[in-house]
Design a protein around this ligand. Structure first.
Ligand code: COA
Ligand code: HC5
Length: 627
């Protein structure tokens, strides 16, 4: 049985205070843990080829499958496959991780779509009860303090190692999320991390009414500011940014990457602008003090706020109150809205969510206590000289952002009927149970199944990121077909559900041990680009295209805090589904694009809810019958 991430018991108060300015030093324990991690294996070629064909069975036609079978045979027997495999194995011997840099580039840095909506995920925290700027700033001050406590844990290497199925996980991603920022490039972006090799920055950036400020969070002796010192600094920031007519220069970061790359070069031609951009890039993280959004019903609020963390609500609202390239941006709205958006290239969701859980715990015990008043300098406002060219780029970015806002369809489903405990009580894996509900919902809406992506962690390996569990299998298809077939008995349906769940569980086990197929296939393709003059046919046929077109892009990210996590779809006619199963309830966020007539987030959410309830009834009905 697979077990979820286990974290060493940790209370924020246990973390010993130390200077924020301490540069990142690898202490022996961390080195030992990191060095002892196994290397990501290259799976056997034949195994991947067989699994590739099996994976295609439920999603392509018989003819297509037959054609692909021949291509795979040629790939295996003609020597091309072996040759690429050998090159991959050589790469694996020569590097710490044959995949991670390729993955970072192909999944993120080469991707030219805007990061907002397309790749940057959002996290929504439970709504706070403040309704005014004092409440907003008090909350923001506590949050900043909590993140700085977390940073101290990173700087002092006291971060507890996480485990999965009893094995330690790679902790490297935790060291990539602070002090870092993506930088646009003409063809490929980069990520800069300002803590590595140099002394750590000591400031964060705060943005309010589209105006950016440097907030130094350290006293001159290196000790962190107290909550009430930060609160007072935030008040000064607020009072220096009352004008609401400023150019939303940050909205430039929401553009297509090539467009932003050009606009970036325009922007930083000016020295002042260059220094301001650099201050944002170098900062530990960003806090966005958002304007209140128009009031809506509680039912609409939960979905609207998920959209707000993903894109800010549009040029009129808070989309200019962001620097989307910044790895970590916390969002605190005057209306109690609270969450974050993060740039995905440096890290996956779980480290970000671990940080959030930690910070929420810190905030619970933090009270504002008055501390002796040391006069602090007013936070420096970052100046931007808006030339006509920059102004034109901002206008284009605003238009593009407004189109993205109109196009994104978000529906949050707070499923209150049951959580992880129900499948567990029926001896079923909760994750596989939810995946089968997604399969059933999709099948009911479209009368077919589709290529499905589920993120799975590769952090058991050094510098491991993710692979993909393809939840659509012949077994999942048999189960959903049986659910829709009135001639089938519940006992048979239940047996098919168990079989499908078992298959999913086995694929998960293989995947976390480095034996899934997708990253291996990606590696073979990238190796072919490096080594060969022409692309092998298996990467050129319809089956390959169908398999890469993920109509369902899904991810389970669990948290202790009652968060909603969200991200956009991977394809124009697909759904993004992020789910957070708690013990007795689940939070799901479903996204789609309005420009696609076939997809509808609210309808899919309803279909998922019905599927979960029908599967609960199936489990209970069959359990009763066997009693
Ligand atoms: N009967 C009873 N309990 C069972 C069971 C069964 N048949 N099968 C599993 N369980 C239990 C597990 O032991 C586990 O128990 P725990 O809560 O005490 O730890 C719990 O149910 C959950 O297990 P399961 O739902 O099977 O899987 P999982 O939580 O391990 O999640 C993945 C599976 C794929 C999501 C996980 O391995 C993973 O990779 N997560 C990271 C994904 C990621 O990185 N996403 C973000 C990318 S940015
Ligand atoms: C705060 C939760 C973020 C989850 C983000 C996530 O799951 O991203 C996936 C990363 C990966 O490598 O599988 C990609 N996905 C959004 C396309 C599922």
């Amino acid at each position: 049985m697979l077990s979820t991430f286990v974290r060493a018991a940790l209370r924020p108060a246990m973390v010993k205070p130390c200077s924020l300015v301490k540069p990142l030093v690898l202490v022996p324990e961390r080195c030992l843990h990191q060095e002892a991690l196994p290397k990501l294996p290259v799976p056997p070629l034949k195994q991947t080829c067989q699994r590739y064909l099996a994976m295609l069975e439920p999603i392509v036609s018989q003819d297509e499958l037959e054609h692909t079978r021949q291509l795979v045979q040629e790939f295996l027997s003609g020597g091309v496959g072996e040759r690429l495999q050998k090159s991959l194995e050589r790469r694996a011997r020569k590097t710490d991780n044959w995949l991670s840099e390729w993955w970072r580039q192909s999944a993120y840095l080469d991707c030219r779509m805007p990061v907002a909506v397309y790749t940057s995920p959002g996290v929504v925290l439970p709504r706070m009860h403040f309704q005014d700027r004092q409440g907003q700033m008090r909350f923001a001050a506590k949050l900043i303090t909590g993140v700085l406590e977390f940073k101290r844990m990173i700087d002092s290497d006291t971060l507890p190692v996480e485990y999965l199925s009893g094995k330690p996980l790679c902790m490297d991603q935790y060291y990539q999320i602070l002090n870092s920022c993506r930088v646009p490039g003409p063809k490929r972006d980069t990520v800069v991390n300002h803590a590595i090799g140099k002394s750590s920055p000591t400031h964060i950036t705060v943005v309010h009414n589209f105006q950016f400020f440097i907030l130094d969070v350290c006293n001159s002796d290196g000790s962190p500011l107290t909550v009430d010192q930060i609160y007072m600094q935030l008040e000064k920031i607020w009072n220096s940014s009352l004008q609401t007519n400023k150019e939303p220069v940050g909205i430039l970061t929401s553009q297509h990457r090539n467009t932003w790359g050009k606009a970036y070069n325009n922007l930083i031609k000016d020295r002042t602008n260059k220094e301001s951009v650099r201050a944002i890039q170098k900062s530990i993280f960003t806090v966005c003090l958002d304007a209140p959004m128009p009031r809506v019903s509680d039912e609409l609020y939960k979905s609207r706020v998920a959209a707000q963390v993903l894109h800010g609500g549009g040029a009129r609202w808070n989309s200019g109150n962001r620097w989307f390239d910044k790895t970590l941006q916390f969002i605190v709205g005057e209306d109690g809205t609270c969450g974050l958006v993060y740039e995905h290239a440096p890290a996956e969701g779980p480290p970000i969510v671990f940080l959030i859980d930690y910070v929420v715990e810190c905030m619970r015990r933090t009270e504002i206590v008055r501390s002796p008043m040391v006069p602090l300098a007013t936070p420096q406002k970052l100046r931007f000289n808006i030339t006509p060219e920059v102004k034109r780029d901002i206008e284009k970015a605003k238009q593009n952002m407004n189109m993205m806002v109109h196009d994104l369809d978000v529906n949050v489903l707070l499923f209150s009927h049951f959580g992880r405990n129900l499948p567990k009580s029926h001896k079923l894996s909760p994750d596989a149970f939810v995946q089968m509900a997604l399969q059933l919902a999709y099948f009911r809406m479209y009368d077919m199944c589709c290529s499905t992506y589920e993120s799975v962690t590769l952090r058991m390996f050094k510098y491991g990121r993710t692979d993909n569990i393809r939840s659509t299998t012949l077994d999942s298809l048999n189960f959903v077909q049986a659910m829709e077939d009135p001639a089938k008995q519940n006992t048979e349906r239940m047996a098919l559900l168990r079989k499908a769940v078992e298959t999913h569980r086995k694929m998960t086990h293989d995947a976390i041990h480095g034996q899934a197929i997708d990253r291996h296939i990606l590696g073979l393709r990238l190796q072919a680009i490096e080594d060969l003059t022409s692309m092998p046919q298996i990467f050129m046929d319809t089956s390959y295209a169908v398999a890469q077109h993920y109509n369902l892009s899904t991810s389970q990210v669990g948290s202790k805090t009652d968060c909603v996590m969200c991200f956009g779809p991977m394809v124009p006619d697909g759904y993004g589904v992020c789910y957070n199963p708690m013990d007795e309830h689940m939070n799901l966020a479903i996204t789609a694009f309005n420009s696609c007539e076939e997809t509808h987030a609210a309808k899919f959410a309803k279909a998922v809810e019905d599927a979960l309830l029908d599967m609960q009834a199936l489990c209970e009905d069959t359990a009763k019958a066997t009693q």
